[in-house]
Write a protein that binds this ligand. Structure first.
Ligand code: 13P
Length: 247
C-alpha cells in the first residue's frame, strides 16, 4: 500500500518573510496522519521554512540542485548544502527547468544520481507538450524521459523516489488533464518501471499527478489506482492547499 504524497511547488514565489507567513497560515490546515506533505520552496526560503515547519508533519524540498559536489559553479546549490539545511526532497527536471533553462536528460540523470548519493529523495518530473499529445507520442516521449533520467539508478533507489507526471499543457493553465488521461499516463509510467526493473519496484514507486490540481479536482485524481498524490503549483500558495492535502 503506497502512502500518498502531496507536495507544493512554490516556484519563484514568496520572499523569505512571506514564506514563513505562509507556513504559519497553513500549519493547522495541512495536518494529516495519512498523507506525506512537502513544501518545495525557492532556495533562499529553505532555511527559514525548515525552521518554520519544525515540529509539524511538513517536510521541505528544494526546486532544483546541481550535481557537482562543490567548486566554481556560480549561482548553483549542491545536494550536500540542501541536506545540511534540513531538506529531504528535491524536484528534478521540472518542465520549466527543461524548457526555460535548457536542462536535458543527460544532466537530469546526473542530478538524480547525486540526489540519491546525498540521501535526498528526488521528485522526478516528466510530461508531454500539447503538440506531442496531439501527435500521439505522449507515452513514447515520457518513456524516453524516464529511461534516460533513471539510467544507472538501482531498483532500491527507485522504490524510494517520487515521479511526477505533469503534462506541460496542464501547468498553470487551469486546464487539468482528465482523470482518465492522468491515470492512463501514471499507469504507463508504472508499467515502464516494471519493464526496466521489476513488479515490486513498480508497485513501490510513488507517482504524482501535477497540472492545475485544486481543491475541487484533487479527490478524484488521487483516487485513481496509479496516482499517489499530487505536485501542486498555484494552489499550494493558499489555504486551499490544506483542502488538497485532506482531500
Ligand atoms: P499548477 O498547479 O500551477 O498548474 O503547477 C503545476 C506544477 O508545475 C507543479 O510542479
Amino acid at each position: 500500500m503506497r502512502r500518498k504524497i502531496v507536495a507544493g511547488n512554490w516556484k519563484m514565489n514568496k520572499t523569505p518573510s512571506e514564506a514563513v507567513a505562509l507556513c504559519n497560515e497553513l500549519k493547522e490546515l495541512v495536518k494529516s496522519d495519512s498523507v506525506d506533505v512537502v513544501y518545495c520552496v525557492p532556495a533562499i526560503d529553505i532555511v527559514p521554512v525548515v525552521e518554520a515547519v519544525k515540529g509539524t508533519n511538513v517536510e521541505v524540498g528544494a526546486e532544483n540542485m546541481y550535481f557537482e559536489d562543490k567548486g566554481a559553479y556560480t549561482g548553483e546549490i549542491s545536494a550536500e548544502m540542501l541536506v545540511d539545511a534540513g531538506v529531504k526532497y528535491v524536484i528534478i527536471g521540472h518542465s520549466e527547468r527543461r524548457d526555460y533553462f535548457k536542462e536535458d536528460d543527460e544532466l537530469l540523470n546526473k542530478k538524480v544520481k547525486k540526489a540519491f548519493e546525498a540521501g535526498l529523495t528526488p521528485i522526478l518530473c516528466c510530461g508531454e507538450s500539447l503538440k506531442q499529445r496531439e501527435m500521439g507520442v505522449t507515452m513514447d516521449f515520457i518513456r524516453f524521459q524516464i529511461k534516460s533520467d533513471l539510467d544507472g539508478v538501482a531498483a532500491d533507489q527507485v522504490k524510494d523516489m517520487v515521479i511526477a507526471y505533469e503534462p506541460i499543457w496542464a501547468i498553470g493553465t487551469g486546464m487539468t488533464a482528465t482523470t482518465e488521461q492522468a491515470e492512463e499516463v501514471c499507469k504507463g509510467i508504472r508499467d515502464c518501471i516494471a519493464e526496466m526493473y521489476d513488479e515490486a519496484t513498480a508497485e513501490a514507486v510513488r507517482i504524482q499527478y501535477g497540472g492545475s490540481v485544486n481543491a475541487g479536482n484533487a479527490a478524484e485524481l488521487f483516487a485513481q489506482p496509479d496516482i499517489d498524490g499530487g505536485l501542486v503549483g498555484g494552489a499550494s500558495l493558499k489555504a486551499d492547499f490544506g483542502k488538497i492535502v485532506n482531500y
